[in-house]
Design a protein around this ligand. Sequence first.
Ligand SMILES: CC(C)(COP(=O)(O)OP(=O)(O)OC[C@H]1O[C@@H](n2cnc3c(N)ncnc32)[C@H](O)[C@@H]1OP(=O)(O)O)[C@@H](O)C(=O)NCCC(=O)NCCS
Length: 178
Amino acid sequence: MTSELGLPRELTGRRVLLRPPRLADVDDLMTYVNDPDWARYLPVPQPYLREHAVAWIESMLVADWVSRPLWAIEVEGRLQGMTNAIMAADLSEAELGISLDPGCWGRGYAREVLEVLGDALFAKLAGLVRLRAWTDCRNLRARRLLEGLGYHFEGIVADRRVVRGESIDDAGYVLARP
Ligand SMILES: CC(C)(COP(=O)(O)OP(=O)(O)OC[C@H]1O[C@@H](n2cnc3c(N)ncnc32)[C@H](O)[C@@H]1OP(=O)(O)O)[C@@H](O)C(=O)NCCC(=O)NCCS
């Protein structure tokens, strides 16, 4: 199955499967969303209640797949994260996001997910010029991930957003079409 853009709804890496989220994922999501390590740099409610997870997945089921495609990340047969792309209106740029269960950090899964997703986006979208990612400048794990993938650090934008009442300085990264 593919989207209107020709993006596969399912993408497979060596160890990861990216597929559409489903309501049955709520239980797996609830196993890690209250881990402070997971939530620290994410704009999510804390505590993260089951109703938040249900409402979020329901919103993803009806979200516009063309402008905001999103995939659940399965590792070892279980949902262990999410990744998404926010497409620019002219499809010249895609802003990527990713989050994983802290239980599977440090094993290269995030790197594999962003490689698979980036490759698919560049392969399917001829007009895509670059991938972009933003992260809280204190999020060293995310910055290491992006730098390891060859993203170019573009600088820090102060007070770019507010998360749980705190003003956030974001680090911006860009990966040009190879
Ligand atoms: C950002 C995030 C996805 C990074 O996850 P991660 O597991 O650290 O990232 P990677 O997949 O690149 O794993 C890298 C680590 O795996 C190790 N590794 C082990 N096996 C590996 C393999 N086969 N291939 C690559 N790296 C491997 C690397 O040495 C590295 O170790 P280190 O953390 O000690 O330096 C994760 O921290 C997260 O979900 N955070 C919460 C959400 C968030 O902040 N998202 C960012 C907003 S854009």
